[in-house]
Design a protein around this ligand. Sequence first.
Ligand SMILES: N[C@@H](CCC(=O)N[C@@H](CS)C(=O)NCC(=O)O)C(=O)O
Length: 201
Amino acid sequence: MKLYLTPGACSQAPHIAALELGLPVEAVKVDLAKHTLPDGSDFYKVNPKGYVPLLVLDDGTSISEANVILQYLADQKPGTLAPAFGTLARWKLMELLGFIATEVHKGFGVLWNPATPAEVRAAAIDRLGTRFDLLAGTLAKQSYLTGEAFSIADAYLFVLLNWTKIHKIDLARWPALTAFQARVAARPAVQATLKAEGLSK
Ligand SMILES: N[C@@H](CCC(=O)N[C@@H](CS)C(=O)NCC(=O)O)C(=O)O
């Protein structure tokens, strides 16, 4: 399998999942500024959507969308980072992944655009804050989003929370989120992912 990724981008979530699961995934770095691959070729030829993450299976099948790639990877080792399909626990995990993808991940969207006016930026940060309130409420009661065991939802949220530094969103208001960040960061597979992406020593 090949995982197309950009260091620190949302593609880091499936990268963490792959390392947590010990799956044989080859990481291919994408330059998102130019949409090119390490050999200079056009990334749009591999993924017409132009974005990471993209997972390409050994038979050539491509899977895109972070929350789906995460589930595909988790299902290679059932019962580890996601409950089995068809169980209520899986539907609850999918609910969480949908929330993280559409309310948190895409909530950052306008913040990446330097042309976004200050008031739009402030409104987006306020809105993200209401989502953080909900997530912090859960994480004040348990170590991870689905309970005491780490799941793909945690990998996804961890990566997005790291973006708050870039956008100068102070997480001090949500001690449960900063404690969660530290808890996830301490995981050996997360350390290994950050190192592989060149983001730590
Ligand atoms: N809907 C996609 C969005 C992925 C996405 O936003 N990727 C960003 C990096 S975090 C990206 O590659 N942006 C570059 C671009 O869209 O050209 C998903 O959920 O996986």
